[in-house]
Ligand binder design. Structure first.
Ligand SMILES: C[S@@+](CC[C@H](N)C(=O)[O-])C[C@H]1O[C@@H](n2cnc3c(N)ncnc32)[C@H](O)[C@@H]1O
Length: 217
């Protein structure tokens, strides 16, 4: 199965994917470097995932997209003080990608994001603290693992949270040397068990479609 992994970060979602050929797109050079070290057999592209999708979606069987969530997150309106939050429009790339995949793409897809502070513009499947826009039904339970509690910014807690998240994701985030905050990156990663559950459904459907096509010939 040919897989496109957009906004790849450190491949939290990708860790347990097997028997596939993966192309990953990540804008942050240092994250792309670390992703490549983690998954030496994947093709890694440093660039804009949104544009890459538009130009290349036809070349894949399964597409996973995790566009950045900050402009959709409830944190934007939940915090009373809202310190540090400059007003921002919700980034519509999220919905542009879902529409493109729903209407033009012939393979399977999963676009993942947080539950937004507004009514989602396109209905999604809700699991845990996330929404998933897929063209297949997801199992009710995606993971049996409990993610460490993520609390609001608190410098005293940050080192401990980073350690907890390193253990949870089986990755040492202190190796990152780029411009983003390490804790932000650690919080970005999808639980690898969630990634595997969704990937396995897509793989099963892909195999069924291939078997059907073979039986026609
Ligand atoms: C929410 S994280 C993805 C997490 C990933 N699915 C995982 O499980 O590890 C979003 C990532 O998108 C990257 N990013 C932001 N804008 C991007 C763009 N236009 N093109 C490619 N990557 C981008 C960020 O650097 C960040 O690593």
């Amino acid at each position: 199965m040919k897989v496109l992994n957009l906004y790849a970060c450190l491949g939290g979602n990708r860790l347990l994917w097997e028997n596939c050929e993966v192309t990953a797109v990540e804008l942050d050079k240092d994250l792309a470097r670390m992703y490549q070290e983690r998954f030496p057999n994947d093709t890694v592209i440093v660039g804009d995932a949104h544009e890459y999708l538009l130009q290349n979606y036809k070349n894949f069987d399964f597409i996973w997209s995790s566009p950045p969530c900050p402009t959709h997150s409830k944190i934007r309106i939940l915090r009373k003080d809202n310190i540090g939050f400059v007003p921002a429009y919700p980034e519509m790339q999220l919905y542009q990608e879902i529409i493109l995949l729903q209407k033009l793409f012939k393979g399977m897809f999963c676009v993942e994001n947080v539950i937004p502070y507004y009514e989602p513009l396109i209905p999604a499947q809700k699991r845990g603290r996330h929404l998933y826009w897929c063209n297949f039904k997801l199992p009710q339970i995606l993971t049996t693992r409990n993610c460490p509690k993520i609390r609001a910014k608190d410098n005293g807690l940050e080192a401990q949270q980073l350690k907890d998240l390193s253990d949870f994701h089986n990755f040492d985030f202190s190796l990152y040397e780029g411009a983003q905050r390490k804790i932000k990156i650690a919080r970005n990663l999808i639980d690898y068990e969630v990634g595997k559950t969704i990937f396995d459904v897509a793989m099963k459907l892909h195999t069924q479609i291939q078997d059907k096509q073979l039986s026609i010939f």
